[in-house]
Unconditional design. Structure first.
Lengths: 501, 499, 110
């Protein structure tokens, strides 16, 4: 049985290899792309299984030792996020294979369509490889590299549709991403100046309050917050996510924003957690509240379905930031578990929503919400998938988001700072508002619905539904992800990582 | 092998699986769908009977599923659960038959019956919930699964009513979530059936417990239609008659009231709640709802709206019974859970018959209608008289026990409230009966509706109200018998108040 | 130590000038130049840190970081320039205006 380190290397090498092949041999893309997706999923499964057997591992790539060599650190958090990426990525890949097999629009546009498909797969596989690298990396600089690759692939994927709005949104996204990466790199430089160490695990033990540390943390956080689109720096996200092609929107909202979010959680919850006072956490918490309110209000006002879903992403990311002060206040590890459930549930549900919205857009020819009455007759599975995903986002039991909300509510009530919990509940009610704003049009019976004679392959409808149902059922099977976390938890107070020589 | 637990899971699945199958069947396959509906309803009833026999013999069934440490889903069968689930199942069977007849020409029946089955699953889940978090889970799911039924017609009013419904029930659900999370933070996981959880909380948190209690009442009061949280109920009347019957007799409103009973009896315990002086405000709130509901009912001309306000009023009898400390009042309240369900569903079935057969929606159009539809109006009269409290109908039994309980607890004002509301009930029900039976017809009725050659309407619309009317009389007459709901309620209250 | 301070200050100044240019210009090529300027500033600060440690030895790690950083920066610039060409192709101008409402109002795409 190959060991964890082998699977970890596979997870980076396999998508990278297939990305290059797909780029070089674009004729074979429609076979190689989904094949690569399946191989990725198998590698992630392999790594999870071997992680459950052998526990957390630290692997030096090529045998080169730090500080010049690159280390992989595989602990419970990384494994969970990679599993989440695998599941979501596989579903989106299946959806994309159906999406790009369609002949959309009049025949003269076929050339652009093939061009999209030829570039989608290499870019998506590159993005996937970078995400794996990011979740596995042990030191801050390697994370910079993988973060940059993620950003660049995401930007190019955003521009893929070729329309002016998409290209402008991609340009803005790129500039924001470059600003964020530069700020992050500056932070890393200062941190290295201060402590001489880049490895996150060692840093967690060495870090102590110093002026340079504060500046560095501020720069790191600003860069990451720009990339995660926290209110009020979220301006680039709605146009980028809404104007992208359907599978790309799913990838962007479901996975790409999670990368920088994961980093913020690592930094604030793990590396710097010992030195930061509680007051420092109030700022992200407050901005998270702002994101929840602002995102939800904007979502309610939108006329287009994809813009609504994009603003919903802004609001849901606010939840994760509200969890930051609760992580600090928490005695045990409930708040961490809650955040992870929220992340996993959101990834599945949001991707499912965007996939469903893409199918609806293709079938109806538009995505004006008020004119979607009765689409359930022509797209029953997709409408149901959208509603299930929306209900999961609302934090309804038994979805994973409910578990997360419940745990965070418990922590906030126990610590006396009940306003965070109330904010979460209000956010859920607002989410219910915009989800049902769409659902009441989708579920209404109105015959006949004038639809384009556009065939939507079943794989597109069912991949969305399966992902949405998974988000809902995540709560029922909550014990399994938690078991993974316990096996190699990075949380303070739990059995931790290897000691660095 | 946990046979008891398996039984409970089977009870849940016996309507969930047919519901999912109905979604998969094509729209046109009417016969298989009807067969599946009625067959699964009968099967579920049989399983519930098995459960009741077991409880009678003193057995207890339970099943648990752990989500996380501290969050556990639990189903358990105690007598109160059995009472509510039996009521739900019996009435579901009759409503299914009625719905098949009512919706005979309507489009989109597949979605209706699919959600209908899932609704009943969720309602029985509420009944069988063994701890607070399972109750919360099913309570929230009930909101979701009843929404497509309320907006089934798809008209603009239906959608607006659906929005109002969601606004109220989701807000109530959010308040309930906060209350449950807060209580579990103070007292740990709250199970039903054990010693009341609130009593085990340290004394310095008493103020918090009082606030939590009122949060519970607010959250549950939305579904239980306590004034002023009742605004969604009259507007939800835009739904088809089977939905109104189900919502107002069985599922949604009873879930709210059932929750209040659970909170007062199993979470706080009657003695503790009385000690914290929580019961008096609850009684006052219930009395206000009773009076206000009756007053609004008097002014409504639309028949279903009048019945809706009557529901607001009658549900608060149950809350009143629970909040007056003492076994007799509790018996009156709990048995009214069953009796009100039977009577109200009869009334709604009849209202649906009038609307579907003759296009009559308003009371002002009902002059002389009893000549045209005698069986329907006979059933209606039985239900209405029961609501007013005439012996030997079921309503008389519950009011009698409520009055006796109020006297025993020394609350004269409750007796006064009961008396006043009886008079008001008569004031809004008797005119309907007089108009129907004794006045000549003075406005034309449409004959385009459901007509049958020999009977006054389709048999599937006629059998359910007649059966429930018969049950109303039987339950009242046989109240002292061993197998009546009253005997069951005596057993429940006996366990609560001790020997 | 004066030179060290000068280098640090220049690095910071480059970063600040680049930041200002990135945010304030409308012309896309200027924005890309500004981004490059920012990263140059950061690289300078990194390299300066490699010198003058107590041991007297020069730290190789920042050199590795800067080399990697330059490669990343070049790729990012390449992507940015390609995207500028694409934007110019569809909108016939090379500007990113502050008026965002105009782009948001456009038809969203599948």
């Amino acid at each position: 049985m190959p060991d964890t380190a082998f699977w970890a290397v596979c997870l980076v090498v396999v998508p990278l290899f297939f990305a290059i092949i797909c780029f070089v041999r674009s004729a074979l893309v429609s076979i190689l792309g989904p094949l690569a997706a399946w191989l990725n999923a198998i590698a992630a499964l392999g790594m999870t299984v071997s992680f459950v057997h052998s526990g957390p591992v630290r692997y030096a790539i090529g045998g080169w030792q730090v500080p010049l060599g690159i280390n992989f650190r595989i602990d419970g958090l990384s494994v969970l996020l990679i599993a989440m990426t695998a599941v979501t990525g596989l579903s989106v890949s299946m959806y994309a294979s159906g999406y790009f097999s369609l002949r959309i629009g009049p025949a003269r546009e076929q050339g652009r369509h093939q061009h999209q498909r030829a570039y989608f797969w290499p870019l998506w596989l590159l993005l996937w490889a970078a995400l794996h690298g990011l979740f596995l990396s042990a030191d801050l600089f390697n994370i910079y590299v993988t973060l940059e690759i993620t950003g660049l692939s995401a930007v190019l994927l955003t521009s893929l549709s070729g329309k002016a709005a998409a290209r402008l949104a991609a340009m803005r996204y790129l500039l924001v991403s470059l600003l964020g990466s530069c700020s992050y790199l500056f932070g890393v430089a200062l941190l290295y100046r201060c402590y001489g160490i880049l490895d996150m695990a060692v840093l967690a033990r060495l870090v102590s309050p110093a002026p340079l540390m504060w500046v560095s943390l501020a720069l790191l956080t600003t860069g990451l917050v720009l990339k995660t689109a926290l209110f009020p720096l979220h301006f680039w996200l709605p146009p980028a996510h809404a104007n992208a092609l359907a599978p790309v929107s799913a990838i962007l909202s479901g996975l790409v924003v999670k990368a920088s979010l994961y980093l913020i959680l690592r930094l604030w919850g793990d590396v710097f957690a010992q030195v930061l006072p509680l007051a420092a956490y109030l700022l992200p918490g407050a901005l998270g509240c702002g994101a929840v309110l602002w995102g939800a209000v904007q979502a309610l006002l939108q006329k287009r379905l994809k813009m609504l879903i994009a603003y919903s992403t802004v609001a849901q990311l606010g939840y994760m930031f509200i969890a930051l002060p609760l992580i600090r206040l928490d005695e045990g590890s409930s708040a961490w578990e809650a955040v992870i459930f929220l992340i996993m549930s959101h990834a599945c549900a949001k991707s499912a929503m965007f996939m469903a919205a893409g199918s609806i857009f293709l079938k109806a020819g538009h995505d004006r919400i008020n004119d979607l009455d009765g689409i359930k007759e022509v797209l029953p599975v997709t409408s149901f998938a959208f509603v299930v995903a929306g209900v999961s986002l609302m934090g309804f039991p038994p979805s994973g988001a409910f578990i997360g909300k419940w745990l965070l509510l418990g922590v906030s009530l126990a610590s006396g700072q009940w306003w965070w919990g109330i904010m979460l509940v209000i956010g859920s009610l607002l989410a219910a508002g915009y989800v049902y704003r769409v659902a009441c049009h989708l579920l209404v019976f109105k015959a006949p619905f004038y639809a384009r004679r556009q065939f939507i392959p079943p794989v597109m409808e069912w991949s969305a539904l399966l992902l949405a149902v998974l988000a809902m059922l995540l709560g029922l099977f909550a014990g399994y992800p938690l078991g993974l976390l316990e096996a190699g938890s990075p949380f303070p107070g739990h059995a931790c990582l290897e000691v660095m020589p | 092998m946990n046979w008891g637990g398996l039984l409970l899971v089977m009870i849940m699945l016996s309507s969930l699986v047919p519901g999912l199958i109905i979604f998969a069947l094509p729209e046109k396959s009417v016969r298989p769908r009807t067969f599946l509906n009625l067959g699964s309803a009968v099967f579920k009833l049989l399983l519930i009977l098995v459960m009741i026999i077991g409880i009678y013999q003193g057995r207890h069934f339970a099943v648990r599923w752990q989500l996380l440490p501290g969050i556990e889903l639990a189903l358990s069968s105690d007598p109160l659960a059995a009472l509510f689930s039996t009521l739900s199942t019996v009435l579901w069977l009759l409503t299914t038959l009625y719905a098949v007849g009512y919706l005979e020409q309507s489009p989109n029946r597949r979605q209706f019956f699919g959600y209908f089955s899932i609704c009943v699953t969720v309602t029985v889940g509420i009944a069988l919930a063994g701890n607070l978090i399972t109750f919360l889970l099913f309570y929230e799911l009930l909101t979701l699964t009843t929404y497509p039924l309320v907006t089934h017609r798809g008209t603009r009013e239906a959608l607006a009513a659906g929005r109002v419904y969601l606004a109220y029930t989701l807000s109530g659900g959010a308040v309930l979530l906060v209350a449950v999370a807060w209580l579990q933070m103070l007292a740990g996981p709250v199970d039903f059936g054990g010693p009341p959880a609130a009593a085990s909380v340290a004394a310095e948190h008493k103020a918090q417990l009082i606030v939590i209690f009122f949060l519970f009442i607010a959250g549950l009061g939305v579904k239980a239609a306590l004034v002023p949280l009742h605004g969604w109920l009259p507007r939800a009347m835009v739904a088809p008659a089977p939905v109104s019957a189900l919502l107002h007799a069985v599922a949604v409103v009873k879930a709210g009231v059932f929750g209040i009973i659970r909170v007062v009896h199993d979470v706080y315990g009657i003695q503790y709640a009385a000690g914290l002086h929580l019961l008096l405000p609850l009684s006052i709130l219930a009395s206000l709802s009773i009076i206000y509901g009756s007053l609004c009912a008097m002014r409504a001309d639309d028949l279903k709206k009048r019945l809706a306000y009557s529901t607001v009023s009658q549900l608060s009898y149950i809350v009143l019974g629970v909040s007056v400390a003492g076994p007799l009042a509790a018996m009156g309240g709990l048995v009214h859970l069953v009796h009100q369900g039977l009577m109200k569903i009869t009334l709604f079935f009849c209202a649906g018959n009038l609307a579907e057969t003759l296009g009559v929606h308003r009371i002002s159009e009902m002059n002389g209608i009893a000549r045209r539809m005698p069986l329907t109006m006979a059933a209606f009269s039985v239900g209405a008289l029961g609501m007013i409290g005439f012996p030997p109908m079921a309503g008389f039994v519950s009011k009698w026990y409520l009055g006796m309980g109020a006297l025993a607890a020394d609350r004269m004002w409750v007796v006064a409230v009961l008396a006043v509301s009886t008079v008001l009930n008569a004031a809004y029900f008797l005119p309907i009966l007089i108009k129907a039976w004794f006045r000549p017809q003075d406005c034309p009725w449409s004959e385009q509706g459901a007509v049958d050659d020999r009977l006054e309407t389709r048999w599937m619309l006629l059998v359910p109200p007649v059966v429930t009317a018969f049950l109303v009389v039987a339950v009242g007459l046989l109240a002292n018998a061993q197998i009546s709901p009253l005997a069951w309620v005596k057993m429940i209250v006996g366990r609560e108040y001790g020997p | 130590m004066n030179t060290i301070f000068l280098y640090n200050f220049s690095g910071l100044a480059l970063f600040a000038i680049g930041l200002h240019g990135l945010i304030r210009s409308s012309h896309l090529l200027r924005k890309i130049l500004a981004a490059n300027l920012m990263s140059s500033g950061v690289f300078l600060i990194m390299i300066v840190g490699a010198y003058g440690t107590d041991k007297g030895m020069i730290d190789p790690v920042p050199h590795a970081m800067v080399l990697t950083g330059i490669v990343v920066s070049v790729s990012a610039t390449a992507v940015a320039l390609a995207l500028v060409c694409l934007v110019q192709e569809t909108t016939n101008r090379v500007l990113l205006l502050q008026k965002r409402k105009k782009e948001q109002g456009r038809r969203t795409d599948a």
